[in-house]
Design a protein around this ligand. Sequence first.
Ligand code: ADP
Ligand code: MG
Length: 346
Amino acid sequence: MKIRKLPTLLINQIAAGEVIERPASIVKECVENSIDAQATQIDIAIEQGGHQLIRISDNGLGIAEDELELAVSPHATSKLHSPDQLAAIGTLGFRGEALASISSVSRTKITSRPTRDGKAAEAAAVLEVEGSRLSPPYPAACAPGTIIDVRDLFFNTPARRKFLRQPSTEFAQINEIVTRIAMCNHNIGFRLTHNDRKITDLPPNQTRAQRVISLVGKDIKNGLLEFSHEDLAEHGGATLWGMAGLPEIARATNKFLYLCINGRVIKDRNLIHAVREAYRGLIPPEKTPVAAVFIEMPAEDVDVNVHPSKAEVRFRKPKQYFGLVRNAIRQCLLDNDLMPTAKLSD
Ligand code: ADP
Ligand code: MG
């Protein structure tokens, strides 16, 4: 067989295999794009668990009409220009893959009215993409910002479509990721609807504590203690703030353990372990504490270019952050007289 270059559609569909696992991945990628575009309000409308429609609308900076085609091309991004930037990424996206991937496996419509130098364009431009077919952009009326409509997910990749679960299951995943992203971005307003039913409506400009309390539900919100660590010269300028649940509200799953690094939702075994260690002796080992942990650290101390979906990151000094989180939560439990004295010497 001869070696040949893959056609663009196939390249995008292969990339989609990595980053677009299910409707929730599309929601994650698009909401992250809205955040990178400095949106202060993000609305997410879902129909049939995302099988039918995923619509993300924001009031961010938008995409210039003459860049719409680029936005859906692979490896095209406005967020990264030179190799040295890769060492300290300050945006949620940087791979230039999401829109290319999403539009290669769905019927996607992008409506965007950009704002540049404080001035909004007169009208929005609309680009429709179906597989590798792009329509020429046409004008439309719309508020400044961007609307991404994703319909008929996996219509041209039947093998992937088979893996879509029931709408209720897919929606639960969407709800979970929206909750986690909203947790990390307390300044942004979020609205989430499913089949026109309001699920979440969070105002912009909440404090971190207000945002945590709005999201955890009433059986948890009264059992939360605040912790922080300010004197962080030894951690290179990192700051830590969070809320930790009373031992008696510990759960059977990780569902109520939230980790945010520099505004990014992350999964990290080391930090989960740090939280668990803080509660050692206070809760049974099969349970997971309720906690929301927010760390702001220099971008060069955390490598986000580890995993295509960017959920897992790599710390330059994992032990330091382990100690920081464990000690801050432990101190908070101690200060609230929750630590049995026999354990004090640990
Ligand atoms: P990345 O986020 O890694 O740059 P994407 O494929 O997600 O790649 O998006 C490609 C580009 O499209 C982004 O770099 C950005 O310039 C633009 N873009 C995507 N979504 C939005 C949005 N909601 N608002 C403004 N610009 C956007
Ligand atoms: Mg992106």
